[in-house]
Design a protein around this ligand. Structure first.
Ligand code: ATP
Ligand code: MG
Length: 256
């Protein structure tokens, strides 16, 4: 069953001058099934962030249709869209976006406080998150005093604490060393596997993408190629397939 359906998505940015339009997405079609973990790859400037910003309702200036479950994002009013984003989507960013004025614990529980949940419910969900993401020891610390990996795990906890249907991540390992990147990717893969969280992740990194169940490659503003990890296939095997696909679809090594 699909949770997200994108049809004929066209996005043009205004350039300098009057009629100067720059095409970023050219009639892109894309579907995500419930419970999938999908990576979006492509060279720098190929439109990955543009796509993610549209799917996640940040950017509303486009043509084509974006459907999340029973809701058509493309025809929603601003306040409806804001509510849908808050209640049904989670977001993870490259630079974590934690608030430096709040400790780790308060950062994670922020969505529940905004939703005015009962204190007991907040406590129960917090306890679950702190265990799941191994953050109990640093819960009273401030974000700037803990590691990047711990900050990103807290950001993931914050993104999923109110049970979103879908999580969008833009380069979640972009600022991390390879060891922390591995931990973060295992965390995301675990959420997907054990809690059936649907995840769409933009990444340059074939290592990060190898944790996903499917990888789509953007080329010339469309999906140029997609590959799926076979049931039970080893991650390392899929990593090799991703590298082969990157070579096949073009773009220098440095682009990815
Ligand atoms: N606000 C904007 N105004 C004008 N052009 C833009 C804007 N944002 C992005 N673009 C252009 O649209 C194209 C796609 O950009 P986008 O940020 O989606 O690429 P990306 O695949 O995420 O790249 P990267 O891997 O470097 O993050 C690029 O050519 C970029 O220069
Ligand atoms: Mg980008």
């Amino acid at each position: 069953m699909s949770i997200l359906t994108v049809q004929n998505l066209v996005k043009q940015y205004k350039g300098k001058g009057k009629n100067n339009l720059f095409p970023a997405l050219n009639g892109l079609n894309f579907t995500v099934d419930c419970g999938e973990f999908v990576a979006v790859m492509g060279p720098s400037g190929s439109g990955k962030t543009t796509l993610l910003n549209i799917l996640s309702g940040i950017d509303t200036e486009y043509s084509g249709s974006v459907q999340l479950d029973d809701c058509s994002l493309s025809s929603m009013k601003k306040d409806q869209l804001a509510l849908l984003r808050r209640q049904r989507m989670g977001f993870i960013f490259q630079d974590y976006n934690l608030l430096d004025s709040l400790n780790m614990r308060d950062n994670i529980m922020l969505p529940l406080v905004l939703d005015e949940l009962e204190p007991e419910e907040i406590e129960a969900k917090m306890a679950d998150m702190l265990t799941l993401f191994e953050l109990a020891e640093v819960q009273d610390k401030y974000p700037y005093t803990v590691s990047g990996g711990q900050q990103q795990r807290a950001a993931i906890a914050r993104a999923i604490i109110n049970g979103p249907e879908i999580v969008f991540a833009d380069e979640p390992t972009g600022n991390l060393d390879s060891k922390s990147a591995g931990t973060v990717m295992r965390t995301l893969a675990g959420l997907n596997r054990d809690r059936q969280v649907t995840i769409v992740m933009v990444t340059h990194d074939p290592f990060a993408a190898s944790y996903c169940s499917r990888v789509v490659f953007i080329k010339d503003g469309e999906i140029g190629l997609e590959i799926s990890r076979e049931q039970g296939a080893a991650r390392k095997t899929f990593f090799g397939t991703i590298l082969d696909s990157l070579a096949f679809i073009g773009g220098g090594e440095d682009d990815f």
